[in-house]
Write a protein of this length. Structure first.
Length: 117
């Protein structure tokens, strides 16, 4: 995170400091936006003389890519675990009283994926 503070500058230098901060913010934004290969996003702005810019990779920050195993035996074990879990837990989708679809399970603890199946 980058932050540019203008409030702490002396009153005589405040306008120059704020102009410099705004210029720096616009340069950072333009450099990052101009690079198509970077796949990055800049979010920021200036409020009350304080300018802030946040930049990072584009996309959903809560989505995690999990690499698949290249070992065929490990993939077979994972498929077998998934099949045993589905046989024991029997997941189904039912609507609650508000009409929201919810998963329900035949055995307790299945919603947490606990236990060895």
């Amino acid at each position: 995170m980058s932050s540019f503070g203008c409030r702490r500058a002396y009153p005589a230098l405040r306008s120059a400091a704020c102009a410099g901060a705004a210029l720096a913010f616009s340069l950072i934004a333009s450099v990052t936006f101009s690079s198509a290969q970077a796949q990055e996003v800049v979010i920021g702005g200036c409020v009350g003389g304080n300018c802030t810019a946040l930049w990072g990779p584009a996309g959903d920050p809560y989505f995690r890519h999990v690499p698949r195993s290249s070992d065929p035996a490990e993939r077979a074990r994972a498929r077998e675990r998934g099949r045993r879990w589905a046989d024991r837990c029997r997941p189904s989708i039912k609507q609650d009283r508000y009409g929201v679809p919810r998963y329900s399970y035949a055995m307790p603890g299945c919603e947490f994926g606990v236990g060895e199946y």
